[in-house]
Design a protein around this ligand. Structure first.
Ligand SMILES: *[C@@H]1O[C@H](CO)[C@@H](O)[C@H](O)[C@H]1NC(C)=O
Length: 151
């Protein structure tokens, strides 16, 4: 009779890899991020791409995995720290609106195309980048040349 192969380690490994795959995020380099967003965001609503680099730098450190809780009320997700109360669904925020019609968790992977689409919607519906506290605090009215320098 052939020996039975113990499948358990293989199954555990497969599950582990599946989880890694699903939740894999990345930290962008500054110029890498700038080059990625330049075509889609530069000039959008009159804001230069440097504004978005500044915004994302101060919101998430350019880390797509970023997640932060707002006093237990809601959470902010991904590179633009998009809020679960108004823009995405995380299944745990009371009276959430989900304005972008997406799962919050999908904002944390390494594909930021949906993050950009949602950020544009937020900017449009909020009348600009003032919707982001970090932009108002660190970017508004500042000399932003350092965010694109050398890119
Ligand atoms: C912004 O900062 C850069 C680098 O420090 C400088 O060269 C440039 O003249 C500044 N621009 C303005 C409008 O102050």
């Amino acid at each position: 009779m052939p020996r039975r192969v113990n499948m358990k380690p293989a199954v555990i490994l497969a599950v582990y890899l599946a989880i890694c795959y699903v939740t894999e995020g990345k930290r962008f380099e500054r110029c890498e991020f700038y080059k990625y967003i330049k075509s889609g965001l530069d000039g959008y609503m009159g804001y230069s791409a440097a504004n978005w680099v500044c915004l994302a730098t101060h919101e998430s450190g350019l880390n797509t995995m970023a997640i932060n809780n707002n006093n237990g009320q809601s959470s902010d997700y991904g590179i633009f720290q998009i809020n679960s109360k108004y823009w995405c669904n995380d299944y745990k925020t009371a009276k959430a609106v989900n304005g972008c019609g997406i799962l919050c968790e999908s904002l944390r992977d390494d594909n930021i195309a949906n993050d950009i689409e949602c950020a544009k919607k937020i900017a449009k519906q909020s009348g600009g980048l003032s919707a982001w506290v970090a932009w108002k605090k660190f970017c508004k009215g500042e000399n932003l040349s350092k965010y694109t320098a050398g890119c």
